[in-house]
Structures are given as C-alpha cells and as structure tokens.
Design a binder for this molecule. Structure first.
Ligand code: PEP
Length: 259
C-alpha cells in the first residue's frame, strides 16, 4: 500500500531550545500520523535531546550525514553506530550540499549507503541535477547515474529500507519548485530504473520523495502525483506553522486514497 513520507532537513539552523520547542510542537501536532511517516533531521548536536523528546512518538529522527568508516581517526566526523546510539532511524546521504559544497564523490556516497545499512540505519539518498545539467537535457542521465552508483552495494531486501529523494539542485532553497509534472517525470524515470536494477516489486515499493522548495501551498499538488511518495523539506520544516500543514496535506491525500 502507498505510504507518504515527509522528512524535515533542518540543515545548520535553530538553537537547542528552538529545536526542542519545534520537536515538541511536532510531537503534539502529529499525534497519530496514520499512514504518513514523519521524520526530522536536526544537526548532530541536537539529535540526542530530540531523540529523547520524540521517543515513542510517531516522529522519527534522522541525521543529515555520516562517515562511511566504522570509527577511528576522522576528526570532526560521526559514524553510523553513533547515530544509532542516539536514536536515529534515518540518515540523509548525498544531499546536494554535501555533493556540491563539500565535494563528496559518488563512490564516497555509495560507501556511506552501505555502511548506514550495516549500522541499521535507513538511508535517504538524495539525487538531482543542476540547472546547467537540466538546460543541457542531461537530467535523466545524471539522476540515473547517481541512483545507480549510490545503490551499487544494496540488495533487493535492503531496498525496503531505502528512500530516494529527488532534489533538483536548482530548486533547493531557491523558492523555485519543480512543476509537479517535472517532478513526476523524473520520479517515474527513477522508478523504472529501480525496476531494471532490482525488480518490479522493489520498484513499486520504493519511496521516492521530492525535495526543493516544498511549501504548504505547493505540497498537495506535488504529493498527489502518482510517483511522488513524500517530500524532503528544508526551509519550510524549520517552523511548525509551515511544516505541519505539509504533513496534513499528506494525511489528507492518504485519507482520500482510502475512500
Ligand atoms: C533540502 O534541503 O533538502 C531542501 C529541499 O531544502 P528547501 O526545501 O529549503 O528547498
């Protein structure tokens, strides 16, 4: 059965007090999330208090990044098992800011996916083309290459733990959202690739989120598309007033589908 998965990426924003207050607001508002999955991904240093605060609630926590090694001399880095220790269920891997600002390679991203799964975390694997790549008609080639590379070490069973987030780079933090038709087109391409790489059952069940300036006023339109299974939300996840309506849009869509 279809699920919608809404995750908030807080990036390097909010203080400890603000993070905990927002966590409380979400916990109270989400209540029984029904068929909608909800997660928030705060900065590393706030995972522990958020994990405690949201323990037993339908709001899961995730990290925004991790290192692919088990441990050792990697100053400033955080391992998957450390994330698991503080209650993380998810980890975002290959976000465009990691790829483009921090220069992460596809091999490094693939290694993180493999390690995250070994550590019992559910990876949210981000892929997406830049504006220049879209304008030169390379979207399909770039996105398929990123998906195939990131899932290189993943088997059919582990695919049930993977979320793919299609996030066109030109739509992240810009206020410029992909038109629902543009998102749907790329999501369908990703699903068909997953069918080729794994099988049609895996492809039917894999959750493909859209990310890039999702807001309360465009969420319903995006989430209603057949191949859009949720949203990875940046800016609008930083305030209860904008994040909760996105979760409510997802819930309404799920309820309509059940009637
Ligand atoms: C993101 O950070 O993954 C994101 C989609 O950001 P925004 O919603 O602000 O565009």
């Amino acid at each position: 059965m279809r699920t919608l998965f809404i995750a908030g990426n807080w990036k390097m924003n909010l203080s400890k007090d603000e993070s905990c207050k927002l966590g409380e607001q979400l916990r109270d508002a989400v209540g029984d999330a029904g068929d909608v999955r909800v997660a928030v991904c705060p900065p590393f240093v706030f995972l522990d208090p958020l994990g405690a605060l949201l323990d037993g609630s339908p709001v899961a926590i995730g990290a925004q990044n991790m290192h692919p090694e088990i441990g050792g001399a990697f100053t400033g880095e955080v391992s998957g098992s450390m994330l698991k220790d503080v209650g993380c269920e998810y980890v975002i891997i290959g976000h465009s800011e990691r790829r483009h600002v921090f220069g992460e390679t596809e091999d490094f991203i693939a290694a993180k996916v493999t390690r995250a799964l070994a550590d019992g975390l559910k990876p949210i694997v981000c892929v997406g083309e830049t504006l220049a790549q879209r304008e030169s008609s390379e979207t399909q080639q770039i996105v398929c290459r990123q998906v195939e590379s990131a899932l290189n070490g993943v088997d059919n069973d582990a695919m049930s733990l993977i979320t793919i987030a299609y996030e066109p780079v030109w739509a992240i933090g810009t206020g410029r959202t992909a038109a629902p038709e543009q998102a749907e087109e790329v999501h369908a391409i990703i699903r068909s690739l997953i069918s080729d790489l794994f099988d049609s059952g895996v492809a039917d069940n894999v959750v493909i989120q859209y990310g890039g300036s999702v807001k309360p006023d465009n969420a319903t339109d995006l989430l209603s598309r057949e191949n859009v299974d949720g949203a990875l939300v940046g800016g609008a996840s930083l305030k209860a007033e904008t994040f909760i309506p996105i979760i409510e849009s997802a819930r309404s869509i799920m309820q309509m589908g059940q009637q």
